[in-house]
Design a protein around this ligand. Structure first.
Ligand SMILES: CC(C)(COP(=O)(O)OP(=O)(O)OC[C@H]1O[C@@H](n2cnc3c(N)ncnc32)[C@H](O)[C@@H]1OP(=O)(O)O)[C@@H](O)C(=O)NCCC(=O)NCCS
Length: 416
């Protein structure tokens, strides 16, 4: 199977999406804002507006994902992760000479300082989650960078490039160490996606695996004011340094309601075990009022466009082994069952995490490394949005509604 076939699948997914969604923007969410504005507040800040941006747009009702005007289907089919990072950070697609310079900059930063690898080796793999190790590693990078406290946009942009490059090296090293192996030296001959695959698995990917990893990195690169992006921006808005801000983003992404879901999906599919068990497994979940991982989204009330791409790719990957095929068939059945009950009425559809884990699994990647792959990609959106906001910074500082008592007399400890 070739990279061309993967691109063809993406094109077909795009055509299907076009047929099913029309082209109306959301007036309230695609216009200049005159502050202050009135918004309704819901729990979890649902629907709240935090800032304006030119970086990316998610239209949840239509199922659109747009980076700086380009729809995700075009970028997934025709672009590369490096080009997408240039787009997000610098606001436009690069010319070929700009792309060569950008690639060289990223390659120059791939190696991480030795003390960071030493720290990673000290982390006990049995008790630690790889996302916690990743946060420690990025914090250590900051401690070692003599310029980390220079928070000028220029220096923070350079640090962002470094972090985009090094997140892949760190995730690769963590994956290897967790398997009791030595971290690998980055290979400057390879693209970002291929080098990441190599550092994680020890094997240079074939054309198809490189393309699929690249597509995955492109599709996870940015996604509105999701929890980890907002966390990164909140930390950065206090004029903290970019490393500390990104540590915040990693910590937020770790949770199963956010980036940790794809790992859970694969564990659930394994637990289900066979297509015949899907119905009863789902009914038990519903009876226990538990959510099904990989479904639902705060913003998308339509089919997640990333899942539109990952679904067919997961099917393609399923052909690789009998085990992959079974996992895919269970997933496809689970989608059918969940969507038939919750799709029409509750607008609950598969999200990006439903099929991504199946793809990584078919690539031979360990389940606990799925969320770090998300971080290797999302670092682009975190830093691009933090930099955009930094240029016209104002500290994020909402308020809470206090519901406790106001006036209680203080009693000495012996009288309580
Ligand atoms: C993503 C997510 C956190 C969004 O949450 P949210 O906007 O806060 O929505 P809520 O959790 O309040 O859910 C709203 C309703 O839909 C239901 N719902 C949401 N996701 C569901 C799911 N995956 N399975 C079953 N029901 C779900 C909730 O039970 C709730 O029902 P209720 O109104 O009867 O109580 C949520 O859909 C979820 O937990 N999904 C599973 C985890 C996941 O896949 N995360 C990756 C996101 S990319």
């Amino acid at each position: 199977m070739s990279a061309k076939e993967v691109n063809e699948l993406i094109r077909q997914a795009a055509e299907k999406a076009m047929r099913e969604t029309d082209s109306e923007p959301e007036p309230g969410l695609t216009e200049e804002i005159n502050w202050p504005i009135k918004v309704e507040l819901h729990r979890g800040l649902a629907g709240a507006i935090s800032n304006t941006t030119q970086i990316g747009y998610v239209n949840g009702a239509k199922g659109w994902l747009i980076y700086r005007g380009f729809n995700c289907f075009d970028l997934a089919e025709k672009s590369s992760y490096e080009e997408t990072c240039h787009l997000l950070l610098h606001g436009r697609l690069p010319s070929s000479s700009e792309l060569s310079i950008f690639n060289e900059q990223l390659k120059k930063y791939r190696r991480v300082p030795q003390p960071v690898l030493d720290v990673l080796r000290m982390i006990p793999t049995e008790s630690s989650h790889p996302m916690s190790a990743l946060a420690t590693a990025v914090s250590m990078l900051g401690n070692l960078d003599a310029n980390s406290e220079d928070i000028s946009v220029e220096n923070e942009t350079e640090i962002s490039l470094k972090l985009i490059s090094q997140m892949a090296t760190l995730a690769g090293a963590i994956g290897r160490i967790r398997q009791g192996k030595e971290p690998l030296t980055p290979n400057p001959e390879l693209s970002h996606a291929a080098n990441f695959f190599y550092m994680l698995s020890g094997t240079v990917p074939d054309e198809m695996n490189e393309r699929i990893m690249d597509v995955s990195l492109i599709l996870h690169a940015d996604h509105g004011m999701n929890a980890s992006t907002f966390t990164t921006m909140v930390v950065n808005s206090s004029l903290s340094d970019m490393y500390s801000s990104v540590v915040g983003g990693i910590s937020s992404l770790k949770g199963p309601l956010h980036g940790g879901a794809n790992q859970q999906v694969v564990l659930n599919l394994r637990e289900i075990g066979s297509v015949e068990n899907v119905d009863s497994w789902y009914q038990k979940k519903r009876a226990a009022k538990e959510k099904v991982m990989g479904f639902g989204h705060r913003v998308y009330k339509a089919y997640d466009p990333r899942a539109r791409i990952f679904g067919p790719i997961a099917k393609l990957m399923a052909e690789k082994s009998a085990e992959n095929k079974t996992i895919y068939e269970i997933a496809a059945k689970l989608e059918e069952v969940v969507v038939s009950e919750l799709g029409q009425e509750r607008k609950i559809f598969p999200n990006v995490d439903f099929y991504s884990g199946i793809i990584y699994k078919a690539m031979g990647i360990d389940t606990d490394m799925f969320t770090p792959i998300f971080a290797v990609s999302r670092i682009a959106g975190w830093t691009a949005r933090a930099l955009e906001y930094l240029a016209d910074n104002r500290l994020f500082r909402p308020r809470a509604v206090y519901t406790g008592p106001i006036k209680i007399d203080y009693k000495p400890i012996e009288d309580r």
